[in-house]
Design a protein around this ligand. Structure first.
Ligand code: ATR
Length: 284
């Protein structure tokens, strides 16, 4: 790839950043669309995040993605927040305005929902209650986006119940929309019976970790099962769901789709998620 002196610039800030797949992801799109631009990894230690984000306009950057552990610091640093970032208390996408101001957005929930829409055509959050397992950072985006998209109810279970209660209190219920109901870890298999969607947001099932401890016996055949873990792509949970005939959606698509709004804002082209992109991102 050749870039000129006028190249549009963006990147991803994290610490560490070496394992991020975002440079490969955006680099693929830049090549694909023949855009004069660059998207680079930015290794920024925690004590310099604010300084680094503030420097984006001075360096001529159009913006950046923000990843672990800087999403909350970015939330505190930007000049403006979109409604989703405000609700989330976290920013994953920073867009530099014409006037040099910094806008913080959160596209993780968008990525989650778009991945389900494309991986399970016809799926709608309004189809029925969702069972969300886990209460970390990713679960926040998942729960908020499901409620925003019209899920009638989200059952939230986490090994440590207090964290699920905290998430529910922070995300809250939407006016006229669905509700979050925190349930005990031990009740997760009972809840499957009424679920239209099951989401694993825990680290269980990741390579090197034990599988998620969940017997799917009670789950209706029409339910969709998805995992935010994508190493491996087919987690034990997804394999078990597929084997009993449920539709499954793997987790890499959430990463691919969350990247779309940032790319469009920085580089001026609405990018597409394709099999070629998926293969390129998984290669690294
Ligand atoms: P994030 O990075 O998204 O904030 P995290 O803090 O690493 O996430 O949390 C990952 C999730 O995996 C949490 O819901 C965690 O449960 P706890 O809150 O009880 O720690 C869950 N998790 C991790 N190990 C687990 C295990 N062995 N069994 C069940 N859940 C587990």
């Amino acid at each position: 790839m050749t870039i000129s002196g006028k190249a549009k610039l963006a990147g991803v800030m994290g610490w560490p950043i070496g394992h991020s797949r975002s440079p490969r992801l955006h680099g693929y799109w830049l090549n694909q669309y023949g855009i004069d631009g660059a998207y680079v990894p930015l290794a920024v230690p925690p004590d310099r995040v604010e300084q680094a984000i503030r420097a984006l306009p001075a360096l001529g950057f159009r913006g950046c993605n923000v990843t672990v552990p800087h999403k909350e610091a970015a939330y505190r640093t930007v000049d403006r927040l979109d409604a989703t970032a405000k609700r989330m208390g976290a920013v994953n996408t920073v867009v530099v305005g014409e006037d040099g101001s910094l806008e913080g957005r959160n596209t993780d929930g968008f990525g989650f929902v778009e991945n389900l829409r494309s991986g399970a055509p016809g799926w709608s959050a309004a189809d029925g209650p969702a069972l969300v397992i886990g209460a970390g950072g990713a679960a926040r985006a998942v729960v908020a986006s499901l409620l925003d998209e019209g899920a009638p109810r989200v059952w939230l279970v986490n090994r440590t119940r207090a964290r699920a209660e905290e998430l529910a209190a922070d995300i809250g219920n939407v006016d006229g929309g669905g509700a979050i109901e925190v349930a005990d870890w031990v009740s997760r298999e009972t809840l499957l019976e009424g679920a239209a969607l099951v989401v694993n947001t825990t680290t269980q099932g990741m390579a090197g970790q034990p599988p998620l401890d969940l017997d799917l016996r009670a789950l209706p055949g029409s339910a969709v099962v998805t995992d935010i873990v994508y190493t491996p792509l087919m987690t034990p949970l997804l394999s078990a769901a597929q084997a009993r005939g449920n539709r499954v959606v793997d987790g890499i698509g959430m990463l691919l789709h969350q990247a779309r709004p940032g790319f469009a804002a920085w580089f001026g082209h609405e990018p597409e998620v394709t099999e070629g992109l998926k293969a390129a991102v998984l290669q690294g």
